[in-house]
Design a protein around this ligand. Structure first.
Ligand SMILES: [Zn+2]
Length: 133
């Protein structure tokens, strides 16, 4: 004879919130759930405690570790454009020099005034930096 146990919330599970790490009670109809890339899995079902944590989950990868900003900075640094620029200038050097020459010819005095202005600006900025340092 089998005895039916009284387990009204059979499918209630305690899970960790993917953003704040709080332990939360989840059921089959918990709305804040999303497939997230974490722990080496492409799509791991991850639950969130509230709409704010759910929304924040789009701003970090996997479990929240507070390093999203750090990762972003690292990514930006990796995307170094200096090498790309150097190659561009090497390939188009003659073209660019020709363009500058044409500009100086078409606008006499303007280029000289521009460089004088830039020189003065750099000098002022340098002096300001020395004063604040
Ligand atoms: Zn949370």
């Amino acid at each position: 004879m089998s005895v039916r146990r009284k387990t009204p919330n059979r499918l209630v599970l305690h899970r960790k919130c993917g953003t704040c790490g709080k332990m939360i009670v989840t059921t089959a109809d918990t709305p804040w759930v999303r497939q997230v890339e974490r722990d080496g899995k492409k799509q791991a079902t991850t639950y969130f405690c509230c709409s704010q944590c759910f929304a924040a989950s789009y701003k970090h990868i996997g479990w929240y570790d507070g390093k999203a900003e750090e990762r972003r900075r690292e990514r930006e640094a990796k995307r170094d454009t200096r090498e790309k620029s150097r190659r561009y200038y090497a390939a188009h050097a003659e073209e660019l020099r020709e363009k500058a020459r044409r500009y100086r010819k078409e606008h006499p005095g303007v280029a000289a005034a521009d460089s004088a202005y830039q020189r003065r600006k750099r000098k002022l900025l340098r002096e300001e930096a020395e004063l604040s340092a």
